[in-house]
Design a protein around this ligand. Structure first.
Ligand SMILES: NC(=O)c1ccc[n+]([C@@H]2O[C@H](COP(=O)([O-])OP(=O)(O)OC[C@H]3O[C@@H](n4cnc5c(N)ncnc54)[C@H](O)[C@@H]3O)[C@@H](O)[C@H]2O)c1
Length: 388
């Protein structure tokens, strides 16, 4: 029997556009789905570039205005891979038009807008998801299972740093990620957002208060000649403009389960490329994860026998670990793109079964509330309680 088809419209065709397109193309080749995702239409503002993306990624059609997609009766899912300031408006319009929505992080660039998107999603009864793709790394999903099973006992600390270096050179132009009106914030919303989600996911608890500091070291950068450009192929215009976001944001946190947390995000750490590193310490052990070695994690258990106690490196590619039975034999490793394949698998399954998907818009809203509480704390130099 032919599978029910789900027609997808994807807005944005660059970095995340590529990752999401690939995920929809591959998901049915690895996972057993009872629906068939159809790559119906991809959207971007530049006709020539979106047409090229349509051909490259294998979409049936292209469009140059996202508003044209919203009321099309043949679209089931709107997937949003555009810059941050567009997420609230597109997702709210799509939900109101009865579409399921998968939205890149962050949900919005303000808590007020994120709360509104969450409220519309809740009322709609439609499947809504926020793309915190690191939850779909098998090792992270498995670590969260171990914590829930009590392997580490009560968790006392979460310690995370997310470090990159792609803007360390002052000649890197003022791309949209460095403009507060588009991005909302800098390293904080870009990178701490992932650590915040990981902490909530792995520990299964909420933030209770935060205390932050931030700094912008490179305050002026060359303006782009072509503002439609992504991270590759910069062309500077010869003029400069002001950077309006943080280069680094670090913060302390208390969690509702009593644990303490420290977080730091920067894109000015030479040599660190995508160093999404965290560890948790519980009363009976610790888990350590580094995204640059995403097929493994380390675990230390205090009840290991004396003489054999130490960090064990665990291959997180065993078939009994989340998502891994869809892929290869153990240690035949997977990559970054598989996090998106796993994510759209869960999302399509939720749409197919009428279930909810996690992380959803409530998770996106709570993430934004923590981000903004840290921003408020950076300005006031006081502890702030996120309004969850
Ligand atoms: N989950 C993750 O790990 C992850 C990684 C990277 C980016 N992101 C998020 O994904 C989003 C997109 O980031 P990116 O790196 O793909 O950016 P990008 O600059 O590479 O691509 C942005 C795309 O959006 C398009 N676009 C911009 N405004 C538009 C509009 N009004 N209508 C239609 N298309 C429009 C651009 O043409 C481009 O195709 C951001 O919100 C970012 O935070 C998430």
């Amino acid at each position: 029997m032919a599978k029910r088809q789900l027609n997808i419209a994807l807005v944005g065709y660059q970095f995340m556009g590529k990752a999401h397109s690939n995920a929809y193309r591959q998901v049915g080749r690895f996972f057993d789905l009872d629906v068939e995702p159809v790559l119906k239409v991809i959207c971007g503002r530049n006709e020539q570039k979106v047409k090229a993306a349509q051909n490259l990624f294998g979409w049936q059609e292209y469009a140059t205005n996202w508003e044209d997609l919203i009321n099309r009766s043949d679209i089931d899912i709107i997937d949003i891979g555009t810059p941050n300031n567009t997420h609230a408006i597109i997702s709210q319009a799509a939900l109101k038009a009865g579409k399921h929505v998968l939205c890149e992080k962050p949900l919005a660039i303000s808590v007020a807008d994120a709360r509104e998107s969450y409220s519309i999603a809740k009322q709609s009864g439609l499947v809504n998801g926020i793309c915190h793709n690191y939850r779909f790394v098998p090792g992270i999903a498995y670590a969260s299972q171990l914590v829930k099973e009590g392997k580490l006992g009560a968790i006392r600390h979460f310690r995370g740093v997310y470090l990159q270096d792609w803007i360390v050179n002052e000649a890197v132009p003022l791309v949209w990620r460095l403009d507060k009106t588009i991005a909302g914030s800098g390293s904080h919303g870009d990178l701490n957002a992932h650590l915040i989600d990981t902490a909530r996911f792995v520990m299964g608890t909420e933030f209770s208060r935060v205390m932050g500091m931030s700094e912008t070291f490179i305050k002026e950068r060359p303006l782009l000649a072509d503002t439609g450009g992504g991270l590759a192929g910069f062309t500077a215009s010869g003029e400069t403009g002001s950077v309006s976001v943080d280069d680094v944001t670090a913060f302390l946190a208390r969690f509702q389960n009593g644990a303490t947390g420290t977080f730091e995000a920067t894109r000015l750490a030479p040599g660190r490329k995508n160093y999404n590193f965290w560890e948790i310490n519980g009363e009976k052990g610790s888990i350590v994860y580094n995204q640059e070695r995403m097929n493994e994690f380390e675990i230390y258990l205090t009840d290991d026998p004396e003489g054999l106690r130490g960090f064990h490196r665990i291959q997180s590619t065993e078939s009994f670990m989340p998502y891994m039975s869809a892929y290869w034999p153990v240690a035949h490793i997977i990559g970054y793109e598989h996090t998106f394949i796993n994510m759209v698998y869960d999302f399509l399954k939720a749409v197919s079964n009428g279930n909810q998907f996690t992380p959803d818009f409530q998770d996106g809203f709570r993430n934004q509330a923590v981000l903004e509480a840290v921003d408020t704390s950076c300005a006031s130099e006081k502890w702030v309680t996120p309004e969850l």
